[in-house]
Design a protein. Sequence first.
Length: 224
Amino acid sequence: MKIAVISFLLILLLSVCSDNKKQQQLRELEAQRDALITQIDKLRAEIAAENGTIMNINVPTVRIRQIIPRLFRHFISVQGTVESDNNILIPAQSSGVVQKIHVTEGQKVHKNQILAELDAAIIENTLAELEINLSMAKTVYERQKRLWEKKIGSEIQFLQAQTNKEALEKRLAATQEQYRLTKVVAPINGSVDQILIKEGEIEKFYDDDLEKQIVKLLKVLDME
């Protein structure tokens, strides 16, 4: 029994001594901390006295600013192709050699502006010949008409002169239309997107082939 009591007292004594030792270590560390803080404050004061500023280490700067509502604009850059709903392919209306292209790709054009021309030398010669023949036919017709009104000459001669004049007028009108079709014109206001043929190349007219075309015209749209 005495041995147990003595063992208990020894354990209690050791525990008390251990607590006292830890408290002593804590007091020593706190004293070292206080000494370090004192040294740090002293150094800061000396640096402030020398530089005229106070050095704040690891102190975040906080600024206050009034919030004002404003428009936020954000832009991005992308690559792509713009396609128009009014992308018009202009086919050739007659066959022939492309004599002259009057526009370039990207050029703005207006409605009914001539974009290109086919060689119309043969048609021009035919027009000149028809105009001469028609002028003569009109003269003969007017003379036969006056004679017929005076009951001079035969009705057959008058009718032949009239028929000849009218036939030449129709041929001249048809040839003039052929000459007009050698001009490729813009059907709308716009800009030339792509030219699909070169000067000197032969352009053939196909009623059902849209691949044979001279100018691809792109109408200008308001993109704003």
